[in-house]
Design a protein around this ligand. Structure first.
Ligand code: GNR
Ligand code: NI
Length: 186
């Protein structure tokens, strides 16, 4: 397993529409495992493949509160087949929008259809935090982000801040020199 780098706003790859997985092969299973490890490490409660720069319709979720109670969900080609008219508000965050949280209104309950690790079609009902996270993840697969639900002023403010952070990080990476080796006598 491996921890993969998570891409952040304003990386344009986050705006790509992810493509359907056509077969659950070894490569897809490895990606699911790497995504789960990456999500637990972050830590987060959901992760879409596009957040690790893979534009495929693959999601991992675990809303369990403790490490002991881990219950990962592996969702391949997930879709919402029913959504309640009743809405609920949740204070959301996103690993691709670091250090920003805001309220988003989404369906309170959803029915989700997806393919599992064995390649079988499955369905489940979600409410509460799980319903919110699943809808947040499916939005990523369409190139959406939770900040798209905010006012233009709020969204532009957070994008501007993260653009500055990205520029700073790029310059810092350019200026980072390899540590001098012993032989070089440094
Ligand atoms: O870790 C995460 N927490 C979270 C909290 C409220 C609503 C949605 C989320 S998902 C987020 C991880 C993430 O960015 N998934 O795409
Ligand atoms: Ni997210």
């Amino acid at each position: 397993m491996a921890i993969l780098p998570i891409i952040t706003v304003p990386d344009p790859r986050l705006r790509k529409v992810s493509t359907l997985v056509d077969s659950v092969d070894a490569e897809v299973l490895k990606l699911l495992d790497d995504m789960l490890e990456t999500m637990y490490d972050a830590p987060g409660i959901g992760l879409a493949a596009i957040q690790v720069a893979v534009p495929k319709r693959i999601v991992v979720v675990d809303t369990g509160k403790t490490e002991e109670a881990r219950a990962p969900l592996f969702l391949i080609n997930p879709e919402v087949v029913w959504a309640s008219e009743e809405l609920s508000v949740y204070n959301e965050g996103c690993l691709s929008v670091p250090d920003y949280y805001d309220d988003v209104k989404r369906s309170a309950r959803v029915r989700v259809r997806h393919i599992d690790r064995a390649g079988a079609v499955q369905e489940f009902d979600a409410d509460g935090l799980l319903a919110t996270v699943v809808q947040h993840e499916l939005e990523h697969l369409e190139g959406g982000l939770f900040i798209d639900h905010l006012s233009r002023l709020k969204r532009e403010r957070v994008v501007k801040r993260l653009t500055k952070v990205a520029r700073y990080d790029e310059i810092a990476a350019q200026n980072r020199v390899e540590p001098a080796s012993e032989e070089a006598g440094a």
